[in-house]
Design a protein around this ligand. Sequence first.
Ligand SMILES: Cc1cc2nc3c(=O)[nH]c(=O)nc-3n(C[C@H](O)[C@H](O)[C@H](O)COP(=O)(O)OP(=O)(O)OC[C@H]3O[C@@H](n4cnc5c(N)ncnc54)[C@H](O)[C@@H]3O)c2cc1C
Length: 494
Amino acid sequence: MNINKPSLGIVWLKRDLRLNDHEPLHSALKENRQVLLLYVFETIFAQDPHYSSRHFDFIKQSLLDLNKQLENYNTEVLISQGRVINIFEEINETYNINKLYSHQETGLDITFTRDKSVKKWCSSESISWKEFNQQGVFRRMTNRKKWLSKWTELMNKTQFSISESPNSFLPKNKIESLSKFLVTPSLETKTFPKIQVGGSTQAHRYMNSFFEKRHYNYQKHISKPDLARKSCSRLSPYLAYGNLSMRELLQRTEEEKEKGNSSRGLQAFESRLRWQAHFIQKFEMECSMEFVSVNKGYHNLAKPINKEHIEAWKKGLTGVPMVDAAMRCLAATGYLNFRMRALVVSFFVHQLWQPWQAASAHLAREFLDFEPGIHFPQLQMQAGETGINTLRIYNPVKNGLEHDPLGVFTKSWVPEIVSLPDSLVHTPWAITPFEEAMYNFYPGKNYPKPIVNLEDSRKQASDILWNKQKEPLVNQECKRILRRHTLSNRKRIQ
Ligand SMILES: Cc1cc2nc3c(=O)[nH]c(=O)nc-3n(C[C@H](O)[C@H](O)[C@H](O)COP(=O)(O)OP(=O)(O)OC[C@H]3O[C@@H](n4cnc5c(N)ncnc54)[C@H](O)[C@@H]3O)c2cc1C
């Protein structure tokens, strides 16, 4: 340590882009005379197929929002790009990094590998790295016996504020001097008019409008592809990038329930908030799920890649209107409600008989709220490859008729079928030659014929997967997964 250099505490921001309820920031301000907030657009993400410009734009918007809030403290986030250790090294030239503060991250293998390198670098420089738990996901757990009580304890804690010692922030002029030695990315964002904008300010807007009004029809609309977009909270990207802490959201939900606000809907909402950490905990304890199914009995399932089918699915050109509408909507807006997510995955893994791994990166790039700890376990659940969940093959026609009977959602994303009557919206291939002329709609010309026979492909997938469930390795793995990953009250949370 060079005593001529001033000492500095660094808060390394990752998926926690907020000021409120930020324990690393709170602790850094308490323990250091000078604190720097740092965000690095890391090369590992720029090169990873799960991330796309919509994620980077969301992060940029979140950082601009943070900097606006930080104006009151005469500071800003130091924003750079490159390899995180190189940036720490550069800062360490001017300051003695005293401590590094961050939230724990349960992410892809690339972040796990990066964290191991950061740990090594910190110990070589005698810098201590304090990591905090923000989600209620615990490291080194071997089963779920104590998980729920530990999660509840964490979520009931008082929220952390920065009001106690806000004077310790490194001032703007010093941050500007540091930036000169670093690569600063442009914070300009593309215009995606239909995609949610990042930042805590937006997160609070969504949260307030949900509790004030939108939650009234939460349960009634949750499976409707169009109505769910308003009646669900739409908070997932804000939770994924930490614009809002789960603790703040849960505590607010409790307050709203106490006020007597539509408590059944809010009860259902609250259990889903718990599912977030429940799924991420699974991934934390079984991170190989990024690459292979949690149940080893399914590793030998043969699903040959069909590139044409995959392309048609990605582009929303499968000839099945409900699937195509959902895929096109996802591409344009970055969001689908739960049922539509399950439906497009189900079509891919069952009806197209493609491995979930072949859908993974594309979907991750498209979902604005991509959260690895939910993404991989959900993909495997929908693919029927956990062995512990009931096999569900979503019927796109039945779902269309039930949840979009007038085709409002479907027609808005598949304009090719706009001339068709309600009775044909979800089965345009059933049109008669007489109707073809009447509606000026010709399957295979205006819009593709279905790329697979829905009934035959459903039966084929179902037969294989039901038989698979009888195999000894699948069953042996089932027992292991139940012991390791499920709660005693399994009826409520899977
Ligand atoms: C294949 C597939 C992939 C998914 N990938 C993601 C993902 O990357 N990120 C993500 O946040 N959600 C994911 N989900 C879960 C769910 O679809 C979304 O959380 C939800 O649709 C987000 O909308 P909302 O915020 O309006 O939800 P609300 O119904 O308002 O729920 C509030 C919050 O609860 C949590 N939540 C809700 N449902 C679930 C669930 N089934 N599992 C875990 N947490 C849940 C989320 O944090 C959500 O933001 C996935 C589901 C499927 C089927």
